[in-house]
Design a protein around this ligand. Structure first.
Ligand code: ATP
Ligand code: LTN
Length: 335
């Protein structure tokens, strides 16, 4: 990274909890590749976060490899970015502990993702689920990250990471960079196709509610045709038209057209035509992702080479931060 040292640092992560949805793609991962030219980018498959809800071990292993292949398929270039698997880099767990001691119980209790996930899994409200945002802060702060590209649902976690960084710095002296969120203007919260008041989520039990980025064209088309809309039958962006607003924002992102252009394009046409156009545009847009993914998954040796190198680089950078943090809190030097 020597020739690129003056560039700002980007960090982001995604959980290997299943095939990415169109929400993950539009809200976060599709931006990761584009940022590589102008920033020093570090991306992680956060398997340690994934085990805050129960995972089947063999499935988690497979999902982690697939998630790694998916980020490459979506445009992350392991020659330009550092791309690694979180559990391969021990500093994340080490910094997690240090930061946990600068995080308040009350702050964690206010996190909406914790409230949602503990309501969804009432039989397993484990301590990891509660302290999940501290590990996320460790991911980010270990690399002196300036910007974090995420969907709108992660804004609250980012705020907490900023507070933790500031608190540590004021207690022990300047160490951490206070990170800024990087949230896209359109598509930061893609909604469920079946309940457009709810975010589209990988773990939704209704398969018609989300588009997975590896879905075949006919599946994509069928899901859009079944998307919940309203009875007005007029393609326009307006309050109360959650279903249509969601489809318009998806169409806008994949075609580059703004809302006024989309309204003109479908003036006098019904929802059937509009849904078919959205389905086709999304399926065309995702075609290269499907093809790249198949290619990467067919070459496990290459994937391994990339994530091994990524972990070595990530360890080297984050180790420096950990050593400074240990010294600042008063731990005795080992050497
Ligand atoms: P899970 O359902 O397992 O909790 P998830 O689908 O919410 O997973 P994450 O791995 O938690 O996905 O998130 C990865 C990235 O995708 C984050 O930056 C998150 O903000 C973004 N993201 C997730 N869902 C959406 C969505 N519906 N719209 C826009 N961005 C999203
Ligand atoms: N919490 C995020 C995933 C995540 C992340 C991160 C995102 C873990 N560590 C660091 C950005 C930066 C999620 O649930 N979507």
């Amino acid at each position: 990274m020597s020739e690129t040292e003056n560039k700002k640092i980007i960090f982001s992560g995604i959980q290997p909890t299943g095939t990415f949805t169109l929400g993950n793609y539009i809200g976060a991962v599709s931006h990761w590749g584009k940022l590589q030219e102008d920033y020093n980018c570090i991306y992680s498959i956060v398997d340690m976060h994934a085990i805050t809800v129960r995972q089947e071990p063999a499935k988690l292993r497979q999902n982690t490899l697939e998630a790694y292949a998916l980020i490459l398929a979506c445009g992350v270039d392991p020659e330009k970015s550092i791309a690694f698997i979180q559990s391969h880099v021990k500093t994340h767990a080490e910094l997690n502990w240090i930061l946990a001691c600068s995080t308040q119980f009350g702050e964690l209790s206010r996190m909406t993702q914790f409230k949602d996930k503990s309501a969804k899994h009432p039989d397993d409200v484990n301590a990891g689920l509660f302290t999940y945002p501290v590990l996320m802060a460790a991911d980010i702060l270990a690399y002196k990250t300036d910007l974090v590209p995420v969907g709108a649902d992660q804004k609250q976690h980012l705020e907490l990471a900023r507070n933790i960084a500031q608190r540590f710095n004021s207690k022990y002296g300047e160490l951490f960079t206070v990170p800024e969120p990087y949230i896209p203007k359109t598509g930061a919260k893609v909604m469920s196709l079946q309940d457009p008041t709810k975010k589209m989520s990988k773990s939704d039990e209704n398969p018609n509610a989300c588009i997975y980025i590896l879905d075949e064209p006919d599946v994509i088309m069928r899901k859009f045709k079944r998307a919940v809309t309203d009875s007005e039958a007029c393609v326009r962006y307006a309050e109360g038209k959650d279903g249509i607003n969601n489809l318009m924002s998806i169409y806008s992102v994949v075609t580059g057209k703004d809302y006024a252009e989309i309204e003109r394009e479908f003036d006098g046409k019904g929802y059937g035509d509009f849904k078919a156009a959205v389905g086709e545009a999304v399926s065309d847009h995702l075609k290269p992702v499907r093809e790249n993914f198949a290619r990467y998954m067919a070459d496990k040796a290459y994937l391994k080479e990339c994530y091994t190198k990524g972990a070595e680089m990530a360890l080297r950078i984050s180790q420096k931060t950990i050593s400074k943090a240990y010294r600042k809190v008063g731990f005795v030097d080992r050497t």
